[in-house]
Design a protein around this ligand. Sequence first.
Ligand code: 4AD
Ligand code: MG
Length: 465
Amino acid sequence: RTKIASLYAGKEGFAGKDVTVAGWVRSIRDMKNFGFVVLNDGSCFKDLQVVLNREELANYDEVTSLTVGSALIVEGTLALTPDRPQPFELKAATVVVEGAAEPDYPMQKKRQTREFLRTQQHLRSRTNLFRAVFRVRSVAAFAIHTFFQERGFVYVNTPIITASDAEGAGEMFRVTTLDLNDVPRTEDGKVDWSKDFFGKPCNLTVSGQLQAENFAMSFGDVYTFGPTFRAEDSNTRRHAAEFWMVEPEMAFCDLAQDMDVAEDMLKYVIRYVMDRCPDELDMLNRFVDKGLKERLEHVASSDFARVSYTEAIEVLQAARDAGHEFEYPVEWGVDLQTEHERYLTEHHFGRPTFVTDYPAQIKAFYMRLNDDGRTVAAADCLVPGIGEIIGGSQREERLDVLERRIEELGMDESQYKYYLDLRRYGGCHHAGFGLGFERLVMYLTGIDNIRDVLPHPRTVGNADF
Ligand code: 4AD
Ligand code: MG
């Protein structure tokens, strides 16, 4: 069986030859003595036109009366058609109808809204739009592995189930085998976690960073790429309860070098996808985001802006004083909201922007305290249209400073014993970041809702399938 992608790659070699292709019908036309089936097998974005001849095809009427979506195996001869829009067509000798689609098939050839398609998670990947999005997703994932592997990073799988809260934000999904109708309790009425599967409360991971740091202290440069889970009650276009994160961690690395890696990685992935998904990007550029290709080209070839949080607040305050309306306040010490992030990267800098050195009080416990005693060596990368796509930092490697921070925040130090050990046994300065993979795919495709770049999205109140 030959894939349609192979036909496009080596069309001269197939000309005049017998080939067998298997795929799904995208459209059918019956011209009485001739019929045309447009077939796609998923191997590439392009379709294959199959020509049916009533005189030569025994089941001509059966095939031409099929519904879009039907599964066929076609055997025939490939003919080059240099005078037509498509470079070749397949003249069918036999067509086996492997699975006819029932007439109420929801993915008809008309335009469907993305809201409707979200209710059709099992079928929507058959549309042009979602075939483009999910191939870009696959290629981008491979690009990320290639980027890090080419640079000698070791890929480490960090646990999905964990007892520690890497971000200290408490937005975790509990994992338990306790019977919720009959929870075991201690004498003082508290849940007796010692009776649970792991003997203590456990959760789905919110980030693999803490475990990645373990491996950075042995391999130097490592990265994770895996699912993470957040029980954030935020019903926005850019938050999902289950999403994938890429987390490199580098020993003997400071914040400036950390940002260099992040910027190189994003540019590498953009170039990689532009090289390998031209048909998909053409389609997305036409139907989803008219500025997509131009923007990707621009981003891949220009330097990102870098600005401190303190300077960013000044920029935002100046904008506010000049009449730009923000819903949330802009004062030193507040966390940046999406509207602020987008103002900075879209209006002020007009390109991806790193904001560095945030106030310690709004960032995670593990970030390295700066000499001013009130900011930390953090760097978030903001991009137009989305806002934060990467959150990173240099980590606190000084045992005493880290212990003080954990105590100040009232965190349970016993949970972080292993993490503190890294500072006791050959600790060194190190840094890393987390790239939200779905946000990257949104950026690469111009899709403005995270639900449309996740194959089967899980968001507040939604876990179909
Ligand atoms: O900024 P965050 O919370 O950083 C961390 O988790 C660090 N431990 C990363 C590290 O330094 N190793 O998350 C990192 C990125 C965000 O910038 C965002 O792109 C994405 O993960 N992200 C989400 N994506 C989709 N849905 C959510 N609910 C997300 N929360 C974070
Ligand atoms: Mg963040």
